[in-house]
Design a protein around this ligand. Structure first.
Ligand code: MN
Length: 258
C-alpha cells in the first residue's frame, strides 16, 4: 500500500506533459503524502491514472439469463456470461501477472496495449473483459425503444435521424468480417461516430483501433453471441438487439463522455 502511495506521488511529477484526462484525474487525487525518494523506481513504470488492487472479477449480469427472451435466449446468455466472459477475466489475470500492467485499471491497460505479438494475450483478454462488461449493462428487458434528451439530439445531429443511426450502426455490426464488435462512440471532438473492431479490440485501444473514442454502446457480433438461436442469421440478431438496448445507460455514458 505504501509503495502504491509512493508511486501515485511520482505521478504528479511524471505527467506534466500528459493529456487533459490524466490531469483531470490527478486534480481529484489525494495530496501526495510522501516525497519521491527513488527516481529510478518511478521511471521504471509508465504513469497510470490510478492503481488497482486485487484481481479482475466477473461482474454480475444484473438480470436473469432469460430476461432478454425472446430477443436473446437464456442458454446463450448463460454460456456467454458464465463461460466466455469468465474466460476472458481468468485469462486476463493470468496474462498481466508479473507484467507492467499487473495493477493497472482496465481502461489504462486498453489505452496502453499495443499490436505487438507479445501483448496479444493481454490485448484480447483485456478487450474481452471490458467489451462484455459494457455489453451486459447496455441491455435491459423492456427498456425504451429509442434514446431521448441530449443523446437523441446528438444522434440526430450526427446521423440525421434515429432511423439513419440505426441503419448505420446495424450495417457496421452486420458487416464485421468474422468476429468483432459494432460501436457507437464519442470522439475527441465530442461528436458521435460509428465504427467496428475485429476480435476483442475496442475504440479505447488508442495504439490499435482504426478509430479511437469513448464507446457508449457496443454490440457483440461474435457467433457465440447469437449462433444457438439465430444460427447464421447475424442480421436478425442485430435487428433484435434494438429491442433490448438500455438507452438510459447509453445516455449516462454519453453525458460522462461530454
Ligand atoms: Mn462475446
Amino acid at each position: 500500500m505504501e509503495k502504491r502511495t509512493f508511486l501515485k506521488t511520482g505521478l504528479f511529477l511524471g505527467i506534466a506533459a500528459a493529456g487533459s484526462s490524466i490531469l483531470k484525474a490527478c486534480q481529484n487525487a489525494a495530496k501526495p503524502e510522501k516525497a519521491v525518494e527513488n527516481a529510478d523506481e518511478k521511471a521504471a513504470l509508465p504513469p497510470p491514472e490510478k492503481r488497482r488492487s486485487g484481481p479482475f472479477t466477473l461482474p454480475e449480469l444484473g438480470y436473469g439469463f432469460d430476461a432478454l427472451e425472446p430477443h436473446i435466449d437464456k442458454m446463450t446468455m448463460e454460456i456467454h456470461h458464465d463461460k466466455h466472459h469468465n474466460g476472458y477475466v481468468t485469462k486476463l489475470n493470468a496474462a498481466i501477472e508479473g507484467t507492467e500492467y499487473a495493477d493497472y485499471e482496465l481502461n489504462d491497460i486498453l489505452a496502453r496495449v499495443s499490436a505487438d505479438d507479445k501483448q496479444k494475450n493481454i490485448r484480447n483478454n483485456a478487450g474481452g473483459h471490458w467489451n462484455h462488461s459494457q455489453f451486459w449493462l447496455s441491455m435491459t428487458p423492456g427498456g425504451a425503444n429509442a434514446p431521448s434528451g441530449d443523446l437523441a439530439s446528438s444522434i440526430n445531429q450526427s446521423f440525421e435521424s434515429f432511423d439513419k443511426f440505426k441503419e448505420q450502426f446495424s450495417a457496421a455490426s452486420k458487416g464485421v468480417f468474422g468476429s468483432g464488435w459494432g460501436w457507437l462512440c464519442v470522439g475527441s471532438d465530442k461528436k458521435l461516430f460509428i465504427t467496428s473492431t475485429p476480435n476483442q479490440d475496442n475504440p479505447l485501444m488508442s495504439n490499435i483501433a482504426k478509430a479511437t473514442g469513448t464507446p457508449i454502446l457496443g454490440l457483440d457480433v461474435w457467433e457465440h453471441a447469437y449462433y444457438l438461436h439465430y444460427q447464421n442469421k447475424r442480421a436478425d440478431y442485430v435487428d433484435a438487439f434494438f429491442n433490448v438496448i438500455n438507452w438510459d445507460v447509453v445516455a449516462e455514458r454519453f453525458k460522462a463522455a461530454m
